[in-house]
Design a binder for this molecule. Sequence first.
Ligand code: NAD
Ligand code: TDX
Length: 341
Amino acid sequence: MTILITGGAGFIGSAFVRLCRSATDSRIVILDALTYAGNLSTLETDLKDSRVKFFPGKIQDATVVEGIIAAEGVTHIVNFAAESHNDRAMLEAGSFIQTDVYGVYILLEACRKFKIERLLHVSTDEVYGSIDVGEFTESSPIEPNTPYSASKAGGELQIRAAVKAHGIPAVVTRGGNTYGPYHFPEKLIPFFISRLIDGKKVPVYGDGTQVREWIHCEDHAGGILHALQHGKVGESYNVGDQNERTNMEVVKILLEETGRDESHIKTIPDPRRGAHDKRYSMTTDKLEALGWKPKKPFEESLRDTVRWYKDNEDWWRPLVATDDYKRFIKAFYGPTLGEDL
Ligand code: NAD
Ligand code: TDX
């Protein structure tokens, strides 16, 4: 296989690059736009491997995508490239539609032209919307509630149509909330860890009773590789790990592991308003029936993640020092966190 991994300089994409290097003998071609969320230092070790090549560029750019596929003899594509943060999409969703919908269309057109053997598209459990009781299965309706999840659902629907209309050999995975090392410090876990290490307060939306189902990035990457190798064309597979926790439960572990007390919690009016999903939960029986199982124990791995951020300040400190980061925090959280900037 020669795998084109788009978004390989991001959080889960880079975990997938590491996994492909250790678990396959594939050639790996990475295409990444290096947005604020993409970071070449994450790939420092990988880029020394002669099997790995990196190209900067956007998946919406057909000339770039097709040029790489032709020059490198790409046989498989795994698409991680996305705008991926719900809160940024509350401020501006146009870039999400560009990458998460139009970009997917460009990849599908390239698959058609170059007869790509398999496209694995990485999607999210958020496309199902929120569920108060029970669990989503792969046949639950697609009912996204946020500007971000609507863009991910749009990409998925392009794939569904391309499978039917053009016979594109595509498989979709829908992952749960993911945690682990090399996660840009804006989502709940890495954002809070980076602030707590510095003794700053952390902004909990509403009462913190929202529930998320957490999976480690190595398990998420493993599920994606399994679906790439064993999934059926035209099917979707949930990739989750049944670790349901309220946000407040997660925050308490982060406080403990960083040695901070509850005075560091600042509850704020919910900035996501009606677009804040209350609970995500899904079954993973379909992918498990193909022989996959997540391995990482949640609480221990979450504590390891905190230790990773303590030991790798060189990786995340430059990210939180940029003007773009400060602008986003100020624009989204406003004066709530302004005094800490
Ligand atoms: P991320 O934001 O950390 O990384 C995204 C990567 O894509 C970055 O390297 C960025 O530079 C690159 N990128 C953005 N726009 C691009 C474009 N137009 N062309 C090429 N590259 C571009 O995201 P992540 O958390 O690693 O998520 C990866 C995928 O997994 C996304 O599709 C996301 O929707 C999905 N997902 C994420 C989670 C999660 O909890 N993080 C859960 C389920 C699914
Ligand atoms: O400052 C915060 N305070 C807070 O209370 C942040 C950033 C988040 N939260 C809450 C909102 C959510 O209930 O924490 C929960 C998790 O938030 P995020 O980490 O932003 O993730 P979420 O919105 O659940 O979406 C994630 O899971 C699905 C990923 O960001 C998506 O890329 C993925 O598709």
